[in-house]
Design a protein around this ligand. Structure first.
Ligand SMILES: [Zn+2]
Ligand SMILES: [Zn+2]
Length: 276
């Protein structure tokens, strides 16, 4: 039995477990402003749903960065949404690509970004462990997005080492709710069965629990989900509830999940990384 599986979630006080009532934010959203090609909703549309339906306190808008200034475009959308929903707060952030060698092309105006997710997109047959470990040590990265996506060698990844390193650095690995329950969207070029994907997820979740690694939860809505129906936001949130139940079953606690932090606490957590 791998060492990670010896962790017993039954030993954890149930009141400490993560629950939907403790979630204050969605920290991975794409908006039409700043990301017109791959987003579905404007910031105002996102805000309406999260404010009126869910009562969430703030949203992390984290559009892809491809060499252009996304932050200014998004700020316009945030300002508009904030006029309509003054008690909903926003983090204007970025989702940055992790390069093949683990480095990240850092935008010139990175200091304006309030939250940075580093994610692997494509190139599945590379050393994913090294790429993630290098990215975690980048002082601008707060969260590694959808770790485990675009992975050909499902069981060749050192989740034990990755979760331990993230815990040491007080950074988060993401639970991306668009993928945890759906193996189909994990990179069309990667051939593998759903069973094997779930086994890999099991390995990640066991190690997150074992090391008490910080976790960030994000919906990561993209254009391809528009076809799923009109109520995609509602659907994503129902998936969120399912995902949280799964995290509970692994013994993931509230203090591990950065979505339970209030706005000021989350900003302080981000700033603590920049000092390294
Ligand atoms: Zn991504
Ligand atoms: Zn994304």
């Amino acid at each position: 039995m791998p060492e990670a599986l010896e962790f017993n979630p039954e030993n954890i006080d149930k009141s400490e477990l993560i629950s939907v009532r403790s979630i204050r934010s969605d920290l991975h959203c794409h908006s039409v402003e700043g990301s017109p090609v791959d987003a579905v909703y404007t910031v105002t549309e996102l805000a309406r749903f999260y404010h009126d339906v869910l009562g969430v306190e703030f949203l992390g808008i984290t559009n892809h960065y491809y060499g252009e200034d996304r932050l200014s475009a998004v700020q316009g959308g945030i300002d508009q949404a904030h006029e309509l929903y003054p008690d909903l707060a926003f983090l204007n952030g970025l989702e940055l690509d992790i390069n093949l060698d683990g480095t990240i092309d850092i935008p010139e105006n990175i200091e304006k970004s309030q939250l940075n997710i580093g994610s692997i997109h494509g190139k599945p047959n590379t050393d994913i462990s090294d790429r993630i470990l290098t990215a975690l040590n980048n002082p601008y990265i707060d969260i590694v997005g959808h770790p485990g996506r675009y992975t050909k060698d499902l069981f060749g990844i050192d989740w034990d080492g990755i979760c331990a390193e993230a815990a040491t650095l007080d950074k988060a690995l993401e639970i991306n709710i668009s993928e945890l329950l759906n193996p189909d969207i994990e990179g069309a070029s990667v051939e593998r069965s759903a069973d094997r994907v779930y086994l890999m997820k099991d390995e990640i979740l066991c190690n997150l629990a074992k090391h008490k690694t910080k976790i960030s939860i994000g919906t990561d809505l993209h254009q391809d989900q528009r076809v799923a129906g009109a109520d995609t936001l509602g659907m994503e949130w129902r998936k969120m509830i399912e995902v949280l139940e799964k995290l509970q079953s692994y013994g993931i606690t509230k203090d591990q999940v950065v979505n339970t932090l209030n706005y000021d606490e989350l900003i302080n957590w981000v700033n603590s990384h920049r000092k390294h």
